[in-house]
Design a protein around this ligand. Structure first.
Ligand SMILES: Cc1cc2nc3c(=O)[nH]c(=O)nc-3n(C[C@H](O)[C@H](O)[C@H](O)COP(=O)(O)OP(=O)(O)OC[C@H]3O[C@@H](n4cnc5c(N)ncnc54)[C@H](O)[C@@H]3O)c2cc1C
Length: 467
């Protein structure tokens, strides 16, 4: 009997388990989850009686190549296609000088392809983006997004547009994030094109979005439904509250290739199990700790990854006069605590309430600014409410609120990230695979795809053994 251990029961681990089930129908698949619940950063909670996300809110509908995203495909495979809902077509706003302006269109995560379109919020230094007769980026090179955009279009475009938009995804700063890892389409175009605006236009043309197609989706009732459905469909043995503490080669049993020994559970009463193959679908810090016991040198490049911590402040506001916006972004230069907010009940029509209570979710915390989160929940709620009132007009006191903290939430892909990941994977034996947000993208579709790819790697190795 083939045994595969999946360490980590977030969406990447669960997508791994489901694909393993499809590829290896007779294998025993066990998911070991350290906490008491599956889902990781996918966790639907409740606020004033309505479901509200405590972590990820929605996922991209399409892949960068224009096809259906891995998250939508996953929802379809587990019977949730009919339960997918899309945001109302409401604009988002950007805070500039304490006032809200519409987020300009025609940009790639804030990097403009047409300078006119961003002129209302930032003045690009157009004269810098001259054709110097060679591509912007040499083959194989990577650069921080901020460095490239500052060099070609000046600081204002970075500080007012790119930084808040990238920060909305990574909670990091454009000056620290890898172009190749966070904007692969633009990186590919920059290796061919001679100007940044030309590269943006080429990248956008390479990934056209049919007019009218929604960008995002979620599951009615909350993303935890996706977690539950994938877990059930995987038929895996789901073991909760069991952090895996050690991973090392086991003394050889019959059959080729190494077997693995895992030590799990409480340190005082550890449980030891073995597996033929292991997928590590945990954040980089626990992954690096476990990889220290695996031959090869994958632990160092994995452990080099840093994380940003964030908190979400959710507010249920009675009879609030909110602007007709899906949400807003706040650039770091505005000096506020909040970096973004979603007007949940405006953005998601299926969550609107007959009593008119508006649900708003603000996010707080940027990479390197962890001290901003070191204050009590009540302070975070008060500050978020004050700052939001300053931007959209006076808001009433919430009838209910919660603060959800995520320590070590979002990986910061520094320049060279993709090479470090490739080096780590190349150092691994075929029976150990890596999946999740630490490697191939932080978005839910990327995490799903990385889990499925990890399962394919393991299945291919085990099938080869069996042949
Ligand atoms: C606040 C927030 C909002 C987000 N919003 C969005 C969004 O709207 N759309 C989007 O696409 N993405 C969003 N993301 C990103 C996305 O949710 C995550 O990148 C993704 O869910 C990560 O999935 P994962 O399975 O790789 O990791 P995780 O969700 O971190 O799961 C890893 C699991 O491993 C477990 N674990 C850790 N160590 C061990 C161990 N030693 N043994 C066993 N188990 C262990 C953890 O308990 C956890 O359950 C958001 C992230 C955050 C933090």
């Amino acid at each position: 009997m083939t045994r595969v251990a999946v360490v980590g029961g977030g969406i990447a681990g669960l997508a791994t388990a489901l694909r393993l089930r499809e590829r290896l129908p007779r294998a025993t698949i066990t998911v070991y989850e350290g906490s008491g619940a599956l889902g990781g950063k996918l966790r639907t909670g409740e606020l004033a009686g309505s479901p509200v996300e405590r972590g990820a809110e929605n996922f991209l509908v399409r892949d960068p190549d224009g096809g259906e995203s891995a998250a939508v495909a996953l929802a379809r495979r587990v019977g949730l296609a009919g339960e997918l809902v899309h945001p109302a077509p409401r604009p988002a706003a950007l805070a500039v000088g304490g006032r809200l302006r519409p987020v300009p269109g025609g940009t790639l995560v804030g990097v403009p392809g047409d300078l006119e379109k961003v002129a209302a919020v930032a003045r690009p230094a157009a004269e810098l983006d001259r054709d110097a007769g060679r591509p912007l980026l040499e083959p194989g090179r990577d650069v921080a997004v901020g460095a490239l955009v500052r060099r070609r279009l000046g600081d204002e475009v970075v500080d007012r547009l790119v930084d808040p938009m990238l920060g909305g995804v990574y909670a990091g700063r454009a000056d620290g994030l890898s172009l190749a890892a966070t904007m692969p389409g633009l990186a590919a175009a920059a290796r061919v094109r001679h100007t940044l605006t030309g590269a943006v236009r080429a990248a956008m043309a390479a990934a056209p979005r049919p007019p009218g197609t929604p960008v995002f989706a979620t599951v009615a009732g909350g993303v935890s439904r996706l977690v539950e459905a994938v877990a059930a469909a995987s038929g895996a043995d789901l073991r909760l509250g069991l952090p895996v503490r050690e991973l090392s080669p086991a003394p050889p049993e019959a059959g080729p290739g190494p077997r693995w020994r895992l030590v799990l559970g409480a340190t005082r009463a550890p449980e030891v199990v073995t597996a033929d193959a292991v997928v590590l679908a945990v954040p980089a810090t626990p992954a690096a700790r476990l990889l220290a016991g695996v031959p090869g040198d994958a632990a160092a490049p994995v452990g080099a990854l840093e994380y940003a911590s964030v908190a979400l402040v959710a507010l249920a506001l009675p009879a609030a006069e909110l602007p007709d916006l899906s949400g807003l972004l706040v650039p770091a230069a505005e000096g506020m605590l909040i970096k973004a907010a979603t007007f949940f009940t405006t953005k998601w029509p299926h969550t609107r309430r007959p009593d008119g209570v508006a649900l708003v979710r603000a996010s707080v915390g940027r990479y390197g600014e962890e001290q901003a989160l070191q204050r009590p929940d009540e302070d975070l709620v008060d500050q978020a409410l004050k700052e939001l009132s300053g931007l959209v007009g006076p808001l009433p006191a919430p009838v209910e609120s919660f603060v959800q903290r995520w320590g070590g939430a979002l990986p910061q892909y520094a320049p060279g990230h993709l090479e470090r990941v490739a080096a780590a994977r190349a150092a691994l034996p075929g029976t150990i695979a890596l999946a999740g947000a630490a490697y191939d993208g932080v978005g839910i579709p990327a995490c799903v795809r990385s889990g499925e790819t990890a399962a394919d790697v393991i299945a291919a190795t085990l099938e080869q053994w069996a042949a």
